[in-house]
Design a protein around this ligand. Structure first.
Ligand code: NAP
Length: 278
């Protein structure tokens, strides 16, 4: 029988721990504040931004909302980020992606001070992760490490295979698994014999961005499978990059979609905000 890794429950535990920490910080006169910037009103982004605000309210983090019109120029956004960088009352800055096409995302990400880069996307944060120095780490992969640890799954010495090499998921995931002493293989669209490689994984992390791509023929019997993907199927129901019904019986543990990796991303964002003050 396989274990379903319950991201909803684990993320709730983390949020409750953070709530206590924030209360403790308040007693010491320290406030935690996150600036959340949204440009335009893309409906999916609005849902994410609202969820982040709700999580802040639950934990006791002050959220400062900046809802800017679609026509905002890159220069105006740079100036706002610079103003927030200089504001001692702001601990973390989050710019909701994607940005409108006329704004260069990389320019904005690199404008955020690494000290307030709670998303962990700044080059300095990524570099720190690479060399094992202190710095913010991208929330989704950080949440996956937390899921594995809190589910009692050992990473050290295990063969961990990551499908996907994006800057926000695949690459930092590989670095974090390496930091935890896993033996790591990264696969991507040019990988040959993908099944041959994934079939050797003790821990398989799938961040490929294709609904139900991974079926049981990709998975070793008894492996741990982490599904990062989020999609809506024809019935408008959420599904992942893994075909859960076909894969789960062959695993020892697996994350569902929804209720697996997704809730951990926001919990780790909150964690990064609190650690910015600690
Ligand atoms: P992405 O930037 O599109 O990257 C997808 C990766 O998969 C790329 O590295 C690509 O290789 C690789 N790939 C594509 N087709 C492949 C194939 N046939 N065989 C092997 N590798 C293949 O996606 P992402 O931003 O990393 O996100 C991945 C998924 O996670 C998406 O479904 C996204 O919605 C979801 N996501 C979820 C959360 C969460 O909080 N749960 C957070 C972020 C993302 P190349 O590099 O060669 O193109």
């Amino acid at each position: 029988m396989y274990q379903i890794i319950d991201g909803k429950k684990i993320s709730q535990e983390i949020k409750d721990e953070l709530k206590e920490k924030v209360a403790g910080l308040k007693e010491q006169g320290k406030n935690v504040a996150l600036a959340v910037i949204q440009v335009g009103n893309d409906p999916a982004s609005s849902v994410y931004v609202n969820n982040k605000k709700k999580a802040c309210a639950y934990i006791g983090i002050e959220s400062l909302a900046y809802e800017l019109p679609e026509e905002t120029t890159e220069q105006e956004l740079v100036e706002l980020v610079e103003k927030l960088n200089a504001d001692d009352k702001v601990n973390g800055i989050l710019v909701q992606l994607p940005l409108p096409k006329h704004i260069n995302e990389e320019t904005i990400i690199q404008t955020i001070s690494p000290k307030k880069d709670v998303d962990g996307f700044h080059m300095q944060s990524v570099g720190a992760l690479c060399v094992g120095a202190k710095g913010y780490v991208s929330c989704t992969p950080l949440g996956i490490i937390e899921l594995l640890k809190r589910s009692g799954i050992e990473i050290a010495g295990k063969h961990c295979v990551v499908i996907g090499r994006s800057n926000i998921v695949g690459k930092p995931m590989a670095l974090l698994l390496l930091r935890e002493n896993g033996t790591v293989t990264v696969c991507h669209s040019r990988t040959q014999d993908l099944k041959e490689i994934t079939g050797q994984a003790d821990i398989l992390v799938v961040a490929i961005g294709k609904p139900k791509f991974v079926d049981e023929t990709y998975v070793k019997e008894g492996a741990v499978v982490i599904d990062v993907g989020i999609h809506r199927n024809e019935q408008n129901k959420l599904c992942g990059d893994v075909d859960f019904d076909r894969v789960a019986p062959h695993t020892s543990a697996i994350t569902p979609v929804p209720g697996g990796v997704g809730p951990m991303t926001i919990a780790m964002l909150m964690n990064n905000c609190v650690s910015s003050v600690e």
